[in-house]
Write a protein that binds this ligand. Structure first.
Ligand SMILES: [Zn+2]
Length: 530
């Protein structure tokens, strides 16, 4: 039983309620009808939401929260039984839709904002710190050090969530195939999905960054399918909004039901089993549930990758902020969307009462979105798929089904080359970024200085070259990062195929892409992709 705190705004109560109730589908699979109930905490309640006897979904209107939502629980250390759960949703999650993140405490400090822009950089912490220092000075380095490890781990998640959802909201108002009238649906769907994610934590689930592998890109906007299967196999992923590319009818923006992995994990954790000597029945029953992950017909619906698995960014298909079973294709769509929004931004894109500084922030927002999707592309180079497999299979299932499958499997060389080609065409090519002079001359910053924020000394004119360079520089440094090149080298040993991507080929591709205007050889979009 969850109680919705009486501070939750009326407009968002139903969404948060649904976010908890959609888990009932998972409990039904585990044998329980109506397992989760949600009640409204009365305005005159005489109990405190912090009381351990009440499970609550709380609303926090904070100034400097580093977290948009959190789901915490307290378990009996002897039995594992979860005794109390409290979820907090921060009001800034809604402000983020209007791209009001800059009004929050976290990025009032300009160096911190600079540092946050490096979120999503797929490299190790020290390298990000170094980049931060190069770009934003000693202060940023100190900030990064002071904030370790919280800033990259949790504040980056918060920041990137905020940036992705704000881009989606901006796209609704800017792109012709979407409609600003869908904003309310967009907000409600996001709150349902966010609450579901946090409720999932309190039910005992960890993150699952393989949760977005369920559907092919062309299936994402098929609402008949997503109503039946869900948009994701797990709401425990960090999911970006599903924004259809130009020309495609928009489907669901966010997951509206829990996925196959969520139902399966709840069944494993909660299904009741008849007591038996030595708990034999329980062991058998759990093995049967677990064995389903090896069934070929399940595809990747039960795949699992948690936080520790994605730290080194080895598997391009199991990342935060990607979507579909082909993240490369989805990222390209999003680069298209970003370009399309840039082309449509103009002085009328800001709300009444806002200044040109808001337009500047919108252009910057699209740069952040562009950068985040670029990171998906670089991860393919030296990339390897990782799947949790039981080496012995499970009684009756598993061993004979996938005899040659190994936990790690190189991403095919052709796919890695395709990522290099897209990077050349979309990031490094001389014509990759096009902006109208009209837009670039409408971007002076705000000088709004208030009790919570220091003034910004940003230049009056917009540093367009620097912005483009920051995307290209990050892509390049990520591509040539020592760990990545070592993986490319090692894949020559690890690949069963004769066809492997070599370090020399990576350098040649980058050379051709970046120096295409003056390279002696005919400019080429990159190595041939199959
Ligand atoms: Zn989480």
């Amino acid at each position: 039983m969850f109680w919705l705190e009486n501070t939750v705004p009326l407009a968002y109560r139903e969404a948060l309620r649904q976010g908890a109730l959609i888990w009932n589908e998972a409990f039904e699979q585990a044998g329980f009808e109506g397992a989760i109930e949600v009640q409204q905490m009365p305005d005159d309640a005489d109990w405190d939401p912090a009381d351990v006897r009440y499970n609550t979904i709380r609303w926090s209107d904070s100034l400097g929260s580093g977290i948009l939502g959190v789901g915490q629980s307290r378990a009996n250390p002897l039995t594992g039984e979860i005794l109390d759960a409290d979820i907090v949703i921060d009001a800034n999650v809604v402000r983020g839709f209007q791209q009001q993140y800059q009004t929050r405490g976290l990025d009032n400090f300009p160096a911190a904002e600079g540092y946050l822009q490096l979120c999503g950089q797929r490299s190790q912490a020290w390298y990000v710190q170094w980049l931060s220092m190069q770009a934003f000075g000693q202060q940023a380095f100190e900030q990064a050090n002071l904030s370790q490890p919280q800033l990259p781990e949790s504040h980056c998640a918060d920041y990137l969530n905020s940036q992705h959802t704000a881009f989606g909201a901006l796209a609704l108002s800017a792109m012709p195939h979407l409609a600003a009238s869908q904003l309310e649906t967009y907000i409600q769907q996001h709150l349902v999905a966010l609450a579901a994610h946090e409720v999932g934590h309190t039910l005992g689930l960890r993150h699952n960054f393989a949760g977005s592998l369920l559907l092919a890109p062309e299936q994402l906007n098929n609402t008949e399918l997503t109503a039946k299967e869900g948009l994701l196999s797990s709401v425990m992923d960090y999911f970006p909004p599903n924004i259809a590319p130009p020309g495609v009818q928009q489907g669901d923006f966010f997951p509206t039901r829990v996925g196959a992995y969520d139902r399966w994990a709840i069944e494993y954790g909660y299904r009741s089993v008849t007591p038996s000597p030595l708990r034999w029945e329980e062991q058998q029953s759990l093995e049967q549930v677990a064995a389903r992950s090896s069934l070929p017909e399940m595809g990747y619906a039960l795949a699992y990758a948690t936080d520790e698995d994605i730290v080194n960014e080895i598997d391009p298909e199991a990342s935060a902020w990607d979507l579909s079973n082909d993240p490369l294709a989805f990222a390209q769509w999003q680069l298209d969307n970003a370009q399309s929004v840039w082309q449509r931004l103009n002085r009328l894109s800001v709300n009444r009462g806002e200044g040109y500084g808001s337009l500047r922030r919108r252009v910057d927002l699209v740069f952040n979105y562009f950068r985040s999707n670029t990171a998906t592309l670089t991860t393919y180079v030296g990339g390897q798929r990782f799947r949790r497999l039981n080496p012995w299979g499970t009684i009756g299932v598993g061993l004979s089904q996938r005899p040659n499958q190994t936990p790690l499997e190189p991403i095919p060389a052709a796919k890695q080359r395709q990522a290099l080609q897209v990077l050349n065409q979309r990031i490094f090519a001389p014509d990759a970024f096009q902006f109208s002079p009209q837009l670039l001359n409408q971007l002076p910053p705000d000088r709004w200085r208030h009790w919570g924020a220091s003034s910004t000394s940003a230049s009056l004119d917009y540093p367009i070259y620097e912005r483009v360079l920051s995307v290209q520089g990050q892509a390049l440094s990520d591509l040539l990062f020592a760990d990545r090149l070592a993986r490319v080298r090692d894949l020559e040993f690890k690949s069963n195929s004769e066809d492997v991507l070599t370090i020399a080929e990576v350098f040649e591709s980058v050379y051709q892409g970046i120096w295409s205007e003056i390279a002696h050889e005919k400019p080429d979009a990159g190595p041939t992709a199959e």
